[in-house]
Design a protein around this ligand. Sequence first.
Ligand code: AMP
Ligand code: GLY
Length: 424
Amino acid sequence: MVGSGGREHALVWKLLQSPRIQEVFCIPGNGGTAQLDRCRNIAMGVSDFEGIARLALVNNIGLIVVGPEVPLAEGITDYLQQQQLMVFGPTQAGAQVESSKAWAKALMQEAKIPTAKAAAFTDVDLAIAYVKAQGAPIVIKADGLAAGKGVTVATTVEEAIAALEASFGGLFGAAGQQVVIEEYLEGQEVSILAVTDGLTIRPLLPAQDHKQIGEGDTGSNTGGMGAYAPTPIVSSALMEQIQVEILEPAIATLRARGIDYRGVLYAGLMITPQGEPKVIEFNSRFGDPETQVILPLLETPLEEVLLACTQQRLEELAPLAWKAEAAACVVIASGGYPEAYKKGHPIQGIDQAEATGAIVFHAGTKLKQEQLVSDGGRVLAVTALGSTFEAAIAHAYKAVERIQFADLYYRKDIGHRVLGSEAS
Ligand code: AMP
Ligand code: GLY
């Protein structure tokens, strides 16, 4: 397992439920994976391809799962495949669905996938002229990877111009020297994570996350402050439409470009007020914290799904089996996140939280002389299941309240969109 976040902890947790998995090595893992039986953290960077290949070859590793987008965009899959290793995650060419928004937009246009109208620019003056002609609201996106900070939803032309000047001025380095300017879409966002072997593509349960730091979905964007699944916004008819209009054309067009995409294709969608799904972005990996609500609901052994993708036999796999429950996840962050925050605070109460039956996934933690301490912006992701969203959310918060560390922060309104709909 390559990565160190809550998503990777959830993937390892799920894999280890299968007796077929002898052992998992986490590169570099976190304080949560360090405490799992049959799991070993290896202090190695996610971009150390040579080190990862050597470790995998020496230990006869059957499957390498890549969590984050950065090593995928850097070509980890290509490198490891050249060493005859099995990798779940797209090649560098495939990872462009996420690493270049202009490339992804061109792919969507070629595949006739519904998405916001957009244009790409490498020249700041042409970009400003385009914004002035279009007017606001309008969305400005740095082309490359910007750790989730490259998008500005501008409500005025001035704000859009400021975002363009910041991007071309070097705020995101090379990632911001091209921008995509996009029509503003209204609606509800949903996350459709789909697994694919390059030929067949199958969606996992539909999820929604809460990107913003503040209650009522206000304030700065974060990596994600909570999530829930399966969201009732996506009916089975809508899921079928997403499959036919978005997922299948994406894979077919990737294939037509010579890209054999094996991994997760994550479609971030806006469901418009008319009920139409439109793609906001593609990601080349599992979502975080969506994974922390999707995997606890999955009944099919995860390694069967991942191996079917890497061995290109997903079509033969039986339909995925799911628990008929709701799952909710609340992220506990360090005070100050997504801006400056402190690390190294001792964490208490995880056992008490887990005693409620909730699952505590670690995101930014580490063991320091046997003491668990905070080690990132998002620190923990607490997931609970229930027969209704109301029950799952209440359970997750009951567990969250048992956890303490200095200056912790979490949103108190995770799932507010579904709670309203369920009350009737
Ligand atoms: P992205 O990194 O492309 O997912 O964008 C980050 C966030 O910006 C998304 O999750 C949306 O909340 C918002 N966003 C991106 N594109 C649009 C759009 N075309 N219309 C409205 N909001 C958008
Ligand atoms: N939760 C959003 C993401 O993983 O990109």
